[in-house]
Design a protein around this ligand. Sequence first.
Ligand code: ZN
Length: 432
Amino acid sequence: MTTTVIAGGRILDQAGERSGDVLVDDETGLIVEVGPSLSGDRTLDATDSVTVPGFVDLHAHLRQPGNEAAETILSASRAAAKGGYTAVIAAPDIEPCADSASVVSDVMALGAVALCDVVPAAAISVGRSGEELAPLGELADLGVRLFSDEGHGVQNAGFMRNALDYASSVGTVDGAPLVLAQRCDVASLSIGAQMHEGEWSSRLGLGGAPAEAEELMVMRDIALARLTGARVHFQCLSTAGSIAMVRAAKAGGVAVTAEVTPHHFTFTHEACSSYDTNTKVSPPLRTTDDVAAIKAGLADGAIDAIATDHAPHAPDDKERPFDQTSAGVIGLETAFAVALTELDIDLAAIVGLLSWQPAQIAGLADRHGRTIEVGAPANLAVIDPHHRWIVKPSELSSRSRNTPFAGRELTGKVRHTIHHATPVVENFEATR
Ligand SMILES: [Zn+2]
């Protein structure tokens, strides 16, 4: 047994902010003492820093199995730990697709060596093809709570209704409901899209996806959530119209939740005029009004979580011309710092959007995002909210380098991360 004390800092969680040391024990994985002037076998200095519940990413593409040139579960988990994450939901669009108990079990086995909890999401339909329902009940028994077809989302309304009806009939497993997560995009409206359809796509002569491609599916799935009573989670919302609909749906008592990404509240479609392939994302970067609506939604609770949509692509992919490259950017290591730098909301709200709110959606609230008290699992991040740093792609832990934040100065960095009471990041560096 080795105990570690996080010493000299403040504590911030759902119960508020206070000063105090935190003592954790790696044998039980639990917090064993909280209070002033504690000592342990080893000490993590938290002077001028804040101990918070570890972050939970609802949406990250870890690429293993299938595309280990871009990322592995281990390399992604190292990036996640450096970003303060103690749990990451692994997107199911791997090769083979995570639509069966055997593939989900493989991901769980690979995750055993990771620096954070790797929790698989599974596909809604077999092969994410939208034709045959995946065995949601069997997958839920394995521990899957979040299901998504990724890509353009489930296109057929009848199929989505059946999937929601089935999820609803399964009910809760270990106290958590099944959640169908949807990447909303009516595919027939975004054929050939390279960016947002608007002023800049016209100027640049690139094909665009209109805001309506996203909004029509958000509208449909709010209606289906109301009809079936099942839980729908909207992934990476990008338009003002989507956020307004989600806000209104929640006010009307419909069980929907939503996430946004750091890149969607930092950049607009104008960024694509650089032809930097790290501005090509899906859904695309939108307008100034959309960015303002995302920020307003984060401030007033219309949006529940910040998720990364971490999408590693190997350099030879992102070095192609704009219209031939894959969409997506990495984000695990920068999400907290970008949020703190870009958003005009307080630290507690940002930590809630990164930690206990996504933990709740993912059915992980027993292990992550917990109040920092004796007996709680020791999944923690220690953040220095004043640390200024410049993003250098070569220093990131992901196997891929496709960050849109290269060269940007950010304020706030994760100093230590503690996973199951074991330090996995110490003084800004991963321990393994
Ligand atoms: Zn995604």
